[in-house]
Design a protein around this ligand. Structure first.
Ligand code: HEC
Ligand code: HEC
Length: 216
């Protein structure tokens, strides 16, 4: 027996394994790139599940107590971001007692349906970006992800346009002090001063975009 004969099958096996591994990597990349919430969520089922949410999210200007800021608007928010937010509350990486309680009993499908429902609302306005691309200097670094008009350019990043001013301030301050953990936003928020935050949140909240979902 020549060494070549034993080597060949091994080499073939190795090549096969390598191919399998690269296909696997590719599939994982695809799964990561595809927006699962948009693809798998059911809007009608989400609308039913959303009934309990509207007690807070469906009332214009409804406030969170201690600290006091308005409950964020969800109508027209990006699906993959909504899903990530709910997953964050469920696994505890994002902290808020009420929302953690809400998310604790949700199945993956529930979260996808809810994300599909809320992202489907007012989609025309939100997709188009109602306001002029006026922009302000302070927002020049934010534009790459949150868009020219505060309408995010990816389903994974939240739209900021039209969101409540005090909620945006609360969120930015949480990134600044590390209460809310996100590697990207921690870096973005760190150099901001209180004045920068004030200017940014006034700017984004004044743009046309997100909507309060009202009880029908
Ligand atoms: C008792 C009031 C209340 C109820 C009921 C409630 N929420 Fe919330 N929700 C809040 C508050 C307050 C926040 C902001 C929490 C924070 O600062 O992280 C929030 C935040 C969120 C966010 C993150 C938004 C963002 O821009 O990051 C999502 C998504 C969300 N809620 C979805 C839901 C869904 C879905 C339901 C129903 C199953 C629900 N909420 C029910 C009060 C509520
Ligand atoms: C590289 C992309 C990127 C850039 C640039 C960026 N952001 Fe973000 N932003 C994100 C992502 C991703 C999230 C969601 C993080 C999370 O899950 O907490 C986010 C979340 C936010 C939120 C919370 C929204 C909500 O609904 O809770 C605010 C407010 C925000 N960004 C403001 C800004 C501002 C202001 C700037 C510019 C100074 C900025 N961002 C720059 C990617 C970016």
């Amino acid at each position: 027996m020549t060494p070549g004969l034993t080597k060949t099958p091994r080499l073939q096996l190795l090549t096969k394994m390598k191919t399998a591994a690269s296909i696997l990597t590719l599939c994982m990349a695809c799964a990561f790139l595809a927006s699962p919430a948009a693809a798998q969520g059911d809007v009608e089922s989400g609308a039913k599940l959303a009934y309990t949410c509207l007690g807070c999210h469906g009332i214009e200007g409804y406030r969170n107590a201690y600290p006091s800021y308005r409950v964020p608007k969800l109508g027209g928010q990006k699906a993959a971001y909504l899903l990530a937010a709910l997953q964050g509350y469920q696994d505890g990486t994002r902290e808020h007692p009420t929302m953690q309680a809400q998310a604790s009993s949700m199945s993956d499908q529930d979260m996808q349906d809810l994300a599909a429902y809320f992202s489907s609302i007012a989609n025309d306005t939100v997709a188009a970006g109602g306001s002029e691309a006026a922009g302000i200097d302070a927002a020049s670094t934010c534009v790459a992800c949150h868009g020219q008009n505060g309408i995010s350019v990816s389903p994974n990043w939240p739209t900021l346009a039209g969101q409540y001013q005090d909620y945006l301030k609360h969120a930015l301050n949480q990134y600044r002090d590390g209460t809310r953990k996100n590697a990207v936003m921690a870096q973005m928020a760190a150099p901001l001063t209180d004045d920068d935050v004030a200017v940014l949140v006034r700017y984004y909240s004044a743009l046309e975009g997100l909507e309060t979902t009202v009880v029908e």
